[in-house]
Structure formats: structure tokens, C-alpha cells
Ligand binder design. Sequence first.
Ligand code: GLN
Length: 377
Amino acid sequence: MSKLPNVGTTIFTVMSALAAQHKAINLSQGFPDFDCDDLLKKLVNEAMEDGYNQYAPMPGIMPLREVIAQKIHSLYGQQVNPDTEITITPGGTYAIFTAIATCIGPGDEVIIFEPAYDSYIPNVRVNGGVPVLIPLSYPDYSIDWNLVRSKITPRTRMIMINTPHNPTATIIGWEDLEELQKIVIEHNLLVLSDEVYEHLIFDGEAHLSILRYPELLRNSFVTFSFGKVFHNTGWKMGYCVAPAHLMAEYRKVHQYLCFSVNTPMQYGLSGYLQTPEHYLSLPGFYQQKRDYFLELMKDTRFTPLHSKGSYFQLMRYDRISDEGDKDFATRITREFGVASIPVSAFYENGKDDHVVRFCFAKKKETLEQAAERLRKI
Ligand code: GLN
């Protein structure tokens, strides 16, 4: 018996293992190869030393929820109640799963844009839901809202969005959110907005969080990650924001999934978030990495697509080979020692546009060494 008969091992584990096996530079799975801020580690250590080592309250410690509410107010102009509308979670992936488990049951349809982060579809299926897959238009990966409208049925319950988007590194526009709002209100749908790359957004663009739109927020779960933005993906820390009536239901599931999230890290993060510069500096920091990677890749035969946010840069390789992207990514890991992610892994039917995803959340030297190897292809 399997609830997920067609699911294998996630591509991130597969490619990271292949990278390790071949001692390749790992630009596949999205994680930084540099350490997080010493100050943040110190704050966590202090919390441990000070004895904050027992269960945190089920929704998370209040100082952390309060500072998140302040951040939301200053960045997105929204008053969110830290008591009833924010829950701290063990990571963004958990926050997403819990939102789906909270409201999706047998036969409920969930609109998912593809390429999609690889946990979304299995998360819906394991809860008995039906993923309704809508392709983003290659190569700009824009949303065709007429297509979305044509897919709405009486069983449609939720639309999932992700901005900045993994794997395509696109960001959602004002026009998209207006369309989304019209559809959500007309059909009384829920929105699950995955915003784990919230602060990794480039070229002066604003992050168009659902939190800016009170009408949309009324029907939404919005999920975030500390690991992605503060360079400590191994800590598995994140949070979910939703209006009180949805959050009450969310917490019914959360309290029996993990009950609460580790305490000292919550204290450390609450101290760290007191200084807005710690997150306000992130767009510039990551934009430099993107620009440096693009500069280094100029002398290769890869063709970059736009990267407007996230850790990622998509590259076409049609000037190099006509192999399928999985074969290509596997071969360059083995033969040239650089691991990437084949974008077809983010399509249930394996649609292959001959594009691979590189993660540039790496030290300068790592990017330099990777580019040197990629120039030989
Ligand atoms: N979000 C990361 C990525 O896209 C991977 C996270 C994971 O491996 N579960 O690469």
C-alpha cells in the first residue's frame, strides 16, 4: 500500500548525493555554503545557556511573533495580530504542508502552477486532494489567468502561488495579484502563498506579499522561512501567517504534528530580528551574488534566463547539447564536477525545456570554481 505510489526520492537529495559521490561543486540543492551570522549563533547559544530549553508555547514564543508582526507592519503596511495570526513552524516546507492538511480533503482541487516546488503536489495528494496543474508560459514563466479561470470548478478550493519563485526565479506582478484577487473573491477560494524567498529580490523590485492585500489575506495562508533568508537552512525554522479564523484551524493540525518548535532558536531569532538591517541588507547581498555568477558564466555556452529573486539562476543549454535535462545534469555532475537541478523535475509530466537550475547562494570562490569547470563544457 502506498499513498504516493509515483513519488520517488526528492531531486534535491538525489542531486546532492550525486554531487557528493563525484566530489562535484554542489549548485543543485538550494542552501548557502557560507555560515550564518555569528551574532545570531551567539543569541541562540545565550538562550540555551539561560535555560530556555523546555517546550515553547504551541504557536511559538511571543517575542518572536511580536517582532514578526512589527516587520510585517513596517514592510507591508498590515496589522497582523501576533497572538492569533502567526504560528512559528519547523521550516517553510512544514508550514506549507500544514496549511494544505488544514483545509484540503478528499476530492478538493488545488490549482498549482508548474514548474512547481516538488513538495506541493505530493502534499495535496497525501491529503486526498486533486492537484490541478497549470503550466507557466515558457520562457518568461508568466501566469495565463484565462487558463486559470478555465480550470475553476465547483471543487476548486485553493490556489497556490510562490513568489519569488522556485525554480524559475520570477516574481509575481501587481496585475497578477489583481487577477488572483478577482478570482479568489468570485469563487471564494483559499490562497496558499509560499514566500520563503521574501527578502531575496533584485533590481529594486518590491516583494508583492499577499500580506499587502487585506482582501486576499482574508482567505490566505502565507508561509516564510528563516533558514532561507538568514543562511541556516539546517535549523528548519519558519512561520505561517493567516487570519485568525484560518489560523485557529491551522493550529489544530500543527499542535498534533509537532506541537511546538525548538525554543532557543526562537529566542535567538527574536533578538536578531530586532535589527531590521539584518533583513533589509539581504536583497543587495544576494543581488551581488547573482550578478557575480552571471558575469562568471558569460564565457560559457549556457544562456541565462531572468533571475528576479530567490537563490536561483536558470540556464538553457541548447548551445551545448540536445540531451534531456536529467541526463545533462547527471552528465555534467559526473564529467565536469558541477551539480545542478534539471527543471523537468518540477513538472509532474516531466516537461523538458532543456533548462537547469543553479544555486548561486555560495561563496565567491565556489562560484568561481564552478564557472571555471562550466567553461569547459
Ligand atoms: N528548497 C531547496 C531547493 O529548492 C531544497 C529544500 C529541500 O531539499 N527540501 O533546492
